[in-house]
Write a protein that binds this ligand. Structure first.
Ligand code: AMP
Ligand code: ZN
Length: 464
């Protein structure tokens, strides 16, 4: 498979460390709030990457962390731990907050047909691992103690700017202002490996360490968990593009300084989901969650379909109009796949031809929109019998995961609105208020929606 590798700023063929196997690490969520659909776009793309690798014949060993401690509000080690802020907001303990939002994230993933990775590790489970790594970094001169905290000395790591491809001056201008805030640091981008009481003496989650009671920094968690579960060499590390700096840059610095050799070969970054204010975030604009889309009547898989029609690497701007468009297309697609019936026997040559084209699209830097185009083509192809079409759809859906053969209705907010109006009309009729019932029918008609009263109840057709 060819994939865009941020490390070398180009599309490269993936050559696994061990033949036929891929060790893949993906940064997990910080469980201080619900995931928004921007976060989930990243997890959809990672899911597609894992499933595509499987489809192309690789065995994928995937690990993800759950950040439940150490992710401070500011990237420059300023502000409180996000979990502590959430615990105060919700009058709960940090662990209760983490347990609740981890379950919510799991349920969102299930609704979007995102496979839960084989190994998912909460950061708080691996404190000894971080202590082991930090101890070596102190011994080999890559870390120092200041104000009671342990920091990584970025001036000791020659390739510190390789992943971001930017120099220190550029980055200082580009990154958020709070990067310099911690005055104990020797260099502006040095980052916390271990914080003690001198940082926050009221931090709820704390552990003993050789440097005093405290807690780990966010970056060390991903290095520690990845190396513990996937070993000293990693094939692929993923995250959204905001993770390139500082998070992934810091992961490389500390892991390679600890190991004494190169750590990860392919860095794959997912494009943002934007809204009208720019990058969708929890503090800016409408907090769009899967549950909110469901409340509005949208099928979560229509959102997955929308994501698959864009390139994982590019930004995607969310609007309800675009989602409505995706609902309609997905609905039509499902109508087609749901009406397929077995006829004849499998035409192997034709199956292989389409399947090869599908694989080629995935192989080509995860070209999911092309993969969907191929799906449409085969559905239209009069030269294929029903059995071959069914087998192809079943096979492609192992990657696309759009429930193409499941006989479920795709819903949109328009559908739920119409259903609500039908209910109101039914009530009006039951109350012998025929004028209101007629008004509802006329209103829907003026919006291009035709109601049909049948013995089984009222159905509708959208004509406009
Ligand atoms: P967090 O829970 O804040 O740690 O974020 C979880 C993942 O979502 C990280 O990989 C982020 O980089 C990613 N992410 C955050 N905002 C967006 C966005 N608007 N679009 C896509 N991915 C995002
Ligand atoms: Zn990470």
């Amino acid at each position: 498979m060819k994939i865009y590798n941020t490390l070398h700023k180009k599309i490269e063929e993936i050559i696994p460390i061990e033949e036929g196997k891929i060790k893949m690490y993906t940064c997990g969520p910080t469980v201080y709030h619900y995931a928004h659909i921007g976060n989930l776009r990243t997890y959809i793309s990672e899911d597609i990457l894992e499933k595509s690798l499987n489809y192309l014949g690789y065995k994928v060993d995937r690990v993800m962390n759950i950040t439940d401690v150490g992710h401070l509000v500011g990237d420059g080690d300023s502000g409180e731990d996000k979990m502590a802020v959430a615990a105060k907001r919700e009058h709960k303990s940090s662990m209760e907050v983490a347990a609740y939002y981890t379950e919510c994230f799991k349920s969102d993933c299930a609704k979007l047909n995102i496979k839960w990775p084989d190994t998912v590790v909460p950061a708080t489970n691996e404190i000894d691992e971080y202590i082991k790594i930090i101890s070596r970094l102190l011994n080999n001169g890559h870390a120092y103690i200041a104000d009671g905290n342990v920091y990584y000395d970025t001036s000791t790591f020659e390739k510190y700017y390789e992943l971001s491809g930017r120099n220190s001056d550029d980055l200082l201008v580009a990154v958020r202002e709070d990067i310099k805030e911690d005055t104990a640091k020797r260099n502006p981008f040095d980052f916390g490996l271990w914080f003690t009481n001198s940082k926050f003496n009221n931090q709820e989650l704390q552990w003993d360490s050789p440097w005093g009671r405290g807690y780990p920094g966010w970056h060390i968690e991903c290095s520690g968990i990845s190396m513990k579960y996937l070993g000293e060499n990693l094939d692929i590390h993923c995250g959204a593009e905001d993770a390139i700096f500082p998070h992934h840059t810091n992961e490389i610095a500390q892991s390679e300084a600890y190991l004494g050799h190169k750590w990860c070969n392919y860095w794959v970054h997912m494009g943002f989901l934007n809204d009208k204010n720019g990058k969708m975030s929890k503090s800016n604009g409408e907090f769009l969650t899967v549950s909110l889309l469901e409340e509005k009547g949208y099928d979560p898989l229509a959102y997955r379909y929308l994501c698959l029609n864009s390139n994982y690497h590019n930004a995607l701007t969310f609007t309800y109009d675009i989602l409505d468009g995706a609902v309609n297309e997905y609905k039509k697609l499902k109508n087609k796949t749901n009406s397929l019936v077995e006829e004849g026997s499998l035409e192997e040559d034709k199956f292989n031809k389409y399947n090869d084209r599908f694989k080629k699209a995935l192989d080509d830097n995860l070209n999911t929109s092309m993969a969907i185009t191929i799906l449409y083509e085969l559905l239209k192809d009069n030269d294929l019998n029903g059995t071959t079409k069914l087998e192809l759809v079943k096979s492609f859906d192992k990657v696309l995961s759009l429930d193409l053969l499941k006989k479920t209705e795709v819903t949109s907010d328009k559908d739920s609105y119409i259903k609500e109006m039908i209910e109101k009309r039914k009530e009006a009729k039951a109350n012998k208020d025929f004028a209101t019932a007629d008004q509802i029918r006329e209103k829907l008609l003026s919006e291009g929606i035709v109601l049909k009263d049948t013995r089984e109840g009222t159905t509708y057709e959208i004509v406009g």
